[in-house]
Design a protein around this ligand. Structure first.
Ligand SMILES: [Zn+2]
Length: 568
C-alpha cells in the first residue's frame, strides 16, 4: 500500500497551492440508501465447501513462496516484475482460468535492477554496515572510496562551509536520529475496542482535518524551498554517493524506497500565467541527470558515523553501486485471469478481486503485497477446486505501479470502466476554476458488480471498510456471519485509502479493502528490508483467501449487482 506517500502528496498540494484545502478531498459521506429487499447468501453447503478447501487444502503459501523467494522483489517495470506477471498468468492459466494475460498500461517509464552492491567503512577500521541502494539510483563511478562528510547545512549561509568539499565524498545527508527503546510490541492484532470504534463510525470521511493556515502554509513553503536549494547545492557539488539514515525502524530493519530526484528551483519571481514545468521522475530518463548515487543506511550504523565525526575522526567508506536501467519496454503490465460466468445473461458482468504485484526492492515484498496477490489467486483456486459455478464472471487482477501512485489499477479502470474528468480527485489538486468533476463512463461501467482488494499485509480479515456505501451493509453482514469464529465480523462505514480499491471507488464503482490485523505491517515490514516470507502468518493467509473466495462467489451469484453509492 502507499498510504504515507499519498498523504505526503496531499500535504505538498495543500502547501503549494493556496486554493487547495483538505475539505475538498474528503470522500463521499454516508447517505440514506433504501435497504435491499432480500439479501442473497449462498447455501451453507457451498460456504462449507469453500471453507473446507481454503482452510484444509490451502496452497496460498506455495503461491507466496514462489512470488517472494523465487521471483523476489518486484520493482515496477523491473525484470522481476515482468517475471511475476508471467508466472502469475501462467499459473492461473494452468488452473484452468480463462483469458489469462498481461494487459499493458502506460507508458510508465524505465525499469531498474541492481547488478552489484557493496558498502563498508574502511578507515580508521573496517566496519560492516547495513545499507541498500535506493530504487532507480544511478551507479557509482565504479567502486569509490572516499572520506565520509556530514552535510549538516541548516541555512543558506551554511552552504559556504561545504563549497568544493563534497566532490567525490560519501555524504551523510540526514540528521542523527535518536533510537528510542521499543516499548510496544512490534506485532499486534486489532483489539475488540479498536474494532468497536470502527463499527461505531457514522461517517465515511472521518474527523475533519484542521484547516491549514496561511501562516503554516507560508512556513512550510519556505522549508520546502530551502530543502530544494539544499539538494540543488548537493547535486552541483558532485558527491560520490549520498547516504540517508532510515527514517524509522531499528535493530536491523530499515525502510528504503525510490531515489530522490533533485527538482529545479522555481524562478525567483514566479509567473502565474506560465505553464508549470514538468517535475523530474526517477523512472524517466530525463531524471537520471538530476540524481546522485544514493543509498539508505540502518540508523544505528549511520548515527555511529556522525558520532565518530563529532569525535574528530574522519571515517572513509568504500561503496560500489552498480545498477541497470531497463529502457526496452516502458509500458507497465497488470496480470488478469478469469473464471467465466455460467449464467447466460449475468456472465457478461464482472466481479473482480486483486492485490498489487509490484513491490519495493530491498526485500521480497511479502506483506506489500505478494500476500494480497497470493490470497486473490488462492481465492480463485479455491472456487475452481470446489467446482462451484459462479453466475457472473470472476476476474483476478494483479496490479503494477501501485507503489508509484496506483498507476496499474487507475489506468485499467480508465480503460475498462471510465474516468473522472475535470476538477480534481483524491489524488491531485483541483485545477483553478475547474468545472465540477464529470464522470465519463467507459464501455463496461455498468458491468462491474464489485472489486475486492487485499493490501494491508499478512493480517487476517477482521471485516470490511464500506467506503461510505451504506447499501452494502446487509450483504456484507450476512456474508461475514459464517466466519465470525475466525475473527471476521466488523463492518465500518469508513473509508480506507492508499491502495487499489480507490481506483474503482473514485469513479463510483464499489471497490473495497478488507479490514486486516496490522501484525507488523507499519512497524517492521512494509517498504522495509524485512518484508519477507518469514513475516507472513500462514493461518491468517488461509483465512483471508477463504473469506475472499466466499465474498467473490456470493457477489457473482446474487441477482442484482452490488449497490453503488451516490456520487458526490
Ligand atoms: Zn506499499
Amino acid at each position: 500500500m502507499l498510504r504515507r506517500k499519498i498523504f505526503g502528496v496531499f500535504l505538498l498540494y495543500a502547501i503549494l497551492i493556496p486554493s487547495f484545502s483538505f475539505a475538498q478531498t474528503t470522500a463521499v459521506g454516508s447517505r440514506a440508501v433504501a435497504p435491499a429487499k432480500s439479501v442473497y447468501t449462498a447455501p451453507k453447503a457451498d460456504i462449507d465447501k469453500i471453507r473446507d478447501e481454503g482452510m484444509n487444502r490451502s496452497k496460498v503459501m506455495e503461491h507466496l513462496s514462489y512470488l517472494t523467494d523465487v521471483i523476489g522483489g518486484r520493482l515496477t517495470n523491473s525484470p522481476s516484475m515482468k517475471a511475476a506477471n508471467i508466472w502469475t498468468r501462467d499459473t492461473m492459466a494452468k488452473w484452468g482460468m480463462q483469458n489469462a494475460k498481461l494487459e499493458s498500461w502506460g507508458p510508465f517509464g524505465r525499469g531498474w535492477s541492481l547488478k552489484s552492491f557493496s558498502a563498508q567503512v574502511v578507515e580508521p577500521q573496517t566496519i560492516a554496515i547495513i545499507a541498500y541502494p535506493k530504487a532507480w539510483s544511478p551507479s557509482t563511478k565504479g567502486a569509490v572510496t572516499g572520506e565520509v562528510v556530514f552535510f549538516d547545512a541548516k541555512t543558506d549561509a551554511d552552504f559556504e562551509k561545504y563549497k568544493g568539499k563534497l566532490a567525490g565524498k560519501v555524504v551523510l545527508n540526514s540528521a542523527l536520529r535518536e533510537i528510542k527503546m521499543e516499548d510496544k510490541p512490534l506485532g499486534a492484532r486489532l483489539t475488540d475496542d479498536q474494532l468497536k470504534k470502527m463499527s461505531d463510525e457514522t461517517s465515511a470521511a472521518g474527523a475533519p482535518r484542521p484547516p491549514v493556515t496561511d501562516e503554516a502554509r507560508a512556513r512550510q513553503r519556505e522549508i520546502q524551498l530551502f530543502n530544494l536549494r539544499r539538494s540543488n547545492f548537493l547535486l552541483s557539488e558532485g558527491p560520490a554517493v549520498v547516504v540517508d539514515s532510515s527514517s524509522r525502524g531499528s535493530g536491523g530493519t530499515l525502510f528504503v524506497q525510490g531515489a530522490t530526484v533533485v527538482q529545479e528551483l522555481p524562478p525567483a519571481t514566479p509567473d502565474p500565467a506560465a505553464t508549470p514545468r514538468p517535475s523530474f521522475s526517477a523512472y524517466k530518463k530525463e531524471g537520471e541527470a538530476r540524481m546522485y548515487p544514493q543509498m539508505t543506511m540502518a540508523s544505528e550504523d549511520y548515527n555511529r558515523l556522525i558520532r565518530m565525526i563529532r569525535n574528530g575522526v574522519t571515517p572513509r567508506m568504500s561503496v560500489n553501486i552498480q545498477s541497470q536501467y531497463h529502457d526496452d519496454d516502458l509500458m507497465g503490465y497488470n496480470t488478469v485471469a478469469e473464471i467465466p460466468g455460467t449464467d447466460p445473461t449475468l456472465k457478461e458482468e464482472l466481479v473482480m478481486l486483486g492485490g498489487h504485484l509490484d513491490s519495493w526492492h530491498s526485500s521480497t515484498g511479502a506483506t506489500d503485497n505478494a500476500a494480497g496477490c497470493a490470497v486473490a489467486m488462492e481465492a480463485a483456486r479455491i472456487l475452481i477446486a470446489t467446482g462451484l459455478k459462479p453466475r457472473r464472471t470472476i476476474r483476478v487482477a494483479l496490479w503494477s505501479g501501485e507503489e508509484q501512485g496506483l498507476h496499474g489499477s487507475r489506468n485499467y479502470v480508465t480503460q475498462q470502466f471510465g474516468e473522472m474528468k475535470g476538477g480534481g480527485n483524491q489524488f491531485g489538486p483541483p485545477a483553478p476554476n475547474a468545472p465540477k468533476p464529470q464522470l465519463i463512463k467507459g464501455a463496461n461501467y455498468d458491468k462491474l458488480s464489485a472489486y475486492y482488494n487485499l493490501d494491508n499485509g499478512t493480517g487476517r480479515i477482521r471485516g470490511v471498510y464500506q467506503q461510505g456505501n451504506p447499501g452494502v451493509k446487509p450483504y456484507f453482514e450476512a456474508w461475514l456471519a459464517p466466519f465470525a469464529d475466525l475473527g471476521a465480523k466488523t463492518l465500518t462505514i469508513s473509508n480506507t485509502g492508499g491502495t487499489d480499491h480507490q481506483s474503482f471507488d473514485r469513479i463510483g464503482l464499489p471497490g473495497f479493502q478488507f479490514i486486516q490485523d496490522e501484525i507488523e505491517y507499519d512497524t517492521r515490514t512494509h517498504h522495509s528490508n524485512q518484508d519477507n516470507y518469514d513475516r507472513i502468518q500462514a493461518d491468517d493467509m488461509k483465512q483471508a483467501a477463504t473469506i475472499m473466495a466466499a465474498f467473490v462467489y456470493q457477489t457473482a451469484m446474487m441477482d442484482e449487482k452490488m449497490p453503488r453509492k451516490p456520487m458526490r
